[in-house]
Design a protein around this ligand. Structure first.
Ligand SMILES: CC(C)(COP(=O)(O)OP(=O)(O)OC[C@H]1O[C@@H](n2cnc3c(N)ncnc32)[C@H](O)[C@@H]1OP(=O)(O)O)[C@@H](O)C(=O)NCCC(=O)NCCS
Length: 159
């Protein structure tokens, strides 16, 4: 049975194993330590199978927006709904904090991830050309706006 819990320092070894298996430009231990110990904007979750970290996901709460930094699941645990559990937990956190929406960047060729985000109502809003330094792939910028976004826009336009 998979449990989703907030990421803590004790999970970092496991998170690094997921990170290094999933990404060609992995974040380092220092990156994750900074996120867990110092970054007040950071909202991170891990998926645990017993004690084992089998995935992680994170987001920064930037003023009124959520910026997803990463979502990754160990290869042998994919297609079992863990990505969906992460999206649900990130969205719950975003709504609790009254964010106006969530955004992210994803490699243009990363179909599994784009399908996951699409399923949760994210839509492509733009492209960052040559965003990834290893392959020079473009990034697709995706957004999901919440209902309060319209109020927020009106409020901003009236100021
Ligand atoms: C993207 C990723 C996190 C998905 O995790 P997951 O636990 O396998 O996702 P889920 O099992 O919850 O799948 C949720 C939905 O995503 C889509 N999806 C996930 N993997 C897919 C695949 N290989 N092909 C097509 N669609 C896929 C499907 O719509 C799926 O819903 P369904 O099972 O009802 O069809 C995982 O593939 C991964 O870790 N990839 C490597 C890291 C990465 O690229 N992260 C994204 C960085 S932006």
């Amino acid at each position: 049975m998979i449990k989703i819990v907030p990421m803590k320092e004790e999970h970092i070894d496991g998170v690094l194993a997921v990170e290094e298996a999933a990404f060609s430009i992995p974040w380092t231990r220092q990156d994750f330590e900074r996120e867990v110990k110092e970054n007040a904007m950071a909202i991170y979750f891990v998926a645990l199978d017993g004690e084992k970290v089998v995935g992680y996901a994170g987001m920064w709460h930037v003023i009124t927006e959520g910026h997803i930094t990463n979502v990754a699941v160990l290869y042998e645990y994919r297609r079992q709904g863990i990505g969906k559990l992460f999206m649900e937990n990130l969205e719950k956190a975003a709504l609790e904090k009254e964010m106006i929406g969530i955004t992210l960047e994803v490699r243009i060729n990363n179909e599994p991830a784009q399908r996951l985000y699409h399923k949760y109502g994210f839509r492509a809003e733009g492209i960052r050309k040559n965003y990834y330094s290893d392959t020079h792939e473009d990034a697709v910028i995706m957004w999901k706006y919440y209902p309060c976004y319209e109020d927020y826009e009106k409020h901003c336009n009236n100021e």
